[in-house]
Design a protein around this ligand. Structure first.
Ligand SMILES: Cc1cc2nc3c(=O)[nH]c(=O)nc-3n(C[C@H](O)[C@H](O)[C@H](O)COP(=O)(O)OP(=O)(O)OC[C@H]3O[C@@H](n4cnc5c(N)ncnc54)[C@H](O)[C@@H]3O)c2cc1C
Ligand code: SF4
Ligand code: SF4
Length: 441
């Protein structure tokens, strides 16, 4: 059974950072990612607030560093099924799903993709907006840069296998159960966008009501549309609306908390749209704008100065017109609150963040009331979980932006290092000091 100093679950930016920091200290790391590529959400994004740096330009070097680091082993298409604590280590059962491609033989040339006759929606990287084939490298900057075959849609015609110059297509691959040993674990399983689109907002049926992640894909240099067009008819939008808190601060859909990043990503997208479609009116409907990070308030003020409209009000209902335009019924929050209607030709729902993984059947760690991994010492040691030797990083513990996810990835790596040196045992069992006594010393 292979043995590692640390198992990192989830290859988003938090898991990547934690793996790199541990590997640089000489520890042997196994990074397990359930998708075919590492990178998580960040590799799908256009640019990042508040600097508007290119997301892919920041993520790709870190992804490459992980893939080439001698102390890191990466398993993609793999998930943790069960973790058992045995004395000073964990025994971990993994499920390795088939890629149907021999990873050592594949050169990422793309000939299989060209030969494949099956075209499907790319529900992963392109959030359902673009097409893909049933086989191929998942996206241009995917790592590993290896093809993967989608057995849900493949018709097993064999054209890819005949086109492959290295005979890498392997239809005989099956799910495999693997077991490894790890002396510590970091959970960095990240988040999903709020999965429910409220019936009042069309319940996911209106083509020109899209999600925040879809707008980030549209704005990316690798946009599936090659520019800003609305999905129903390819029209360049004249009037774009953002609906804030569309999937947060709403107990009726099970997300009572603030998702912390949606205000900033909407302001980022509005800023990018001002440049991409300069003639379009852009309006953000909001209940509160929360810009508490470094340089975030300045970013908000800059968007206002660029002409983005901010309307304080709650969008109660969206209805679709026959031409695909949307009418927003808004309860505005002025001194004399009133109901008003506004028409737009494209609407972006700023959905929130929910946990991507329920650890219940796999590992004995507690979750909080919202299903995120519970931090047992949120004020003094925020990477500790209820199971000694298991740590949490990034949005697996709750909504965070990229900077906070990277910081928590590094923090978790530091705590694992202390744990491996035997210096942290007491921290899991001692009571967290009330903040007042810490300040007093
Ligand atoms: C539309 C949108 C725009 C955004 N724009 C910005 C921005 O401009 N600036 C900014 O700072 N932040 C932005 N964010 C937030 C940013 O995406 C997150 O802060 C960041 O991606 C969190 O990284 P993470 O590693 O915690 O999680 P993720 O990116 O979710 O990565 C988690 C990884 O774990 C994997 N995983 C999950 N479960 C398992 C499992 N059981 N086994 C193995 N692997 C698993 C997932 O497949 C995924 O690859 C935006 C978010 C959204 C939705
Ligand atoms: S599976 Fe073969 S054809 Fe497809 S990318 Fe890999 S080497 Fe190229
Ligand atoms: S076997 Fe499947 S993946 Fe390969 S070309 Fe045919 S449909 Fe495409």
């Amino acid at each position: 059974m292979d043995k590692y100093d640390s198992l990192v679950i989830g290859g988003g930016i938090a898991g990547i950072q934690a793996s790199l920091d541990l590997a640089e200290q000489g520890y042997r790391v196994l990074l397990v990612e359930k998708q075919a590529s590492i990178g998580g959400t960040m590799i799908q994004l256009s640019k990042v607030f508040p600097t508007l740096d290119c997301a892919s330009c920041i993520t790709t070097p870190k992804m490459s560093a992980v893939m080439s680091h001698p102390n890191i082993e990466v398993k993609t298409l793999a998930e943790v099924v069960q973790v058992r604590q045995i004395k000073d280590h964990f025994e971990v059962n993994l499920l390795q799903r088939p890629r149907y491609v021999n990873i050592d033989a594949c050169t990422g040339c793309g000939d299989c993709e060209e030969a494949c006759p099956v075209i499907i929606y790319d529900e992963g990287y392109n959030e359902g907006l673009g097409p893909k084939k049933a086989v191929g490298v998942p996206f241009a900057t995917a790592l590993p840069q290896k093809a993967v075959l989608d057995d849900d849609h493949c018709i097993f015609c064999g054209k890819c296998a005949r086109a492959c110059p290295t005979d890498a297509i392997d239809f005989s691959q099956r799910e495999e159960k693997l077991s490894v040993k790890a002396r510590s674990i970091i959970i960095a399983t990240g988040f999903l966008q709020t999965p429910t689109i409220k019936e009042e907002y069309g319940g996911g049926k209106y083509k020109n009501v899209i999600t925040g992640k879809q707008m980030d894909r549209i704005l990316a240099p690798t946009s599936p549309f090659g520019g800003v067009f609305r999905p129903s008819d390819g029209k360049i939008p004249d009037s774009i609306a953002f609906v804030q808190c569309a999937g947060s601060r709403d107990a009726s859909i099970g997300v009572p908390y603030c998702s912390a990043i949606c205000c900033m990503y909407a302001i980022k997208q509005a800023t990018l749209l001002s440049a991409a479609v300069p003639l379009a009116d852009i309006t953000i409907y909001y209940m509160d704008i929360r810009t508490f990070g470094k340089n975030h308030e300045e970013f908000y003020q800059q968007a206002k100065a660029m002409g983005v409209n901010f309307v304080k009000g709650k969008v109660a209902k969206i209805t679709e017109k026959t031409n695909g335009n949307l009418v927003l019924r808004v309860e505005t929050f002025g001194e004399f609150g009133q109901i008003e209607e506004f028409e737009h030709d494209l609407v972006v729902l700023s959905l929130g963040l929910v946990p991507n993984w329920n650890p219940k059947n796999a590992i004995d760690v507690d979750t909080d009331t919202n299903g995120f991994i519970k931090m047992i010492k949120p004020t003094t040691n925020p990477t500790l979980t209820s199971l000694p030797g298991v740590f949490v990083a990034g949005t697996a513990a709750g909504p965070k932006d990229i900077v906070e996810s990277i910081v928590s990835g590094s923090a978790a790596a530091m705590k694992v290092s202390e744990w491996l040196q035997g210096n942290l045992k007491d921290a899991f069992f001692s009571k967290e000091l009330p903040i007042k006594s810490i300040i007093k010393g």
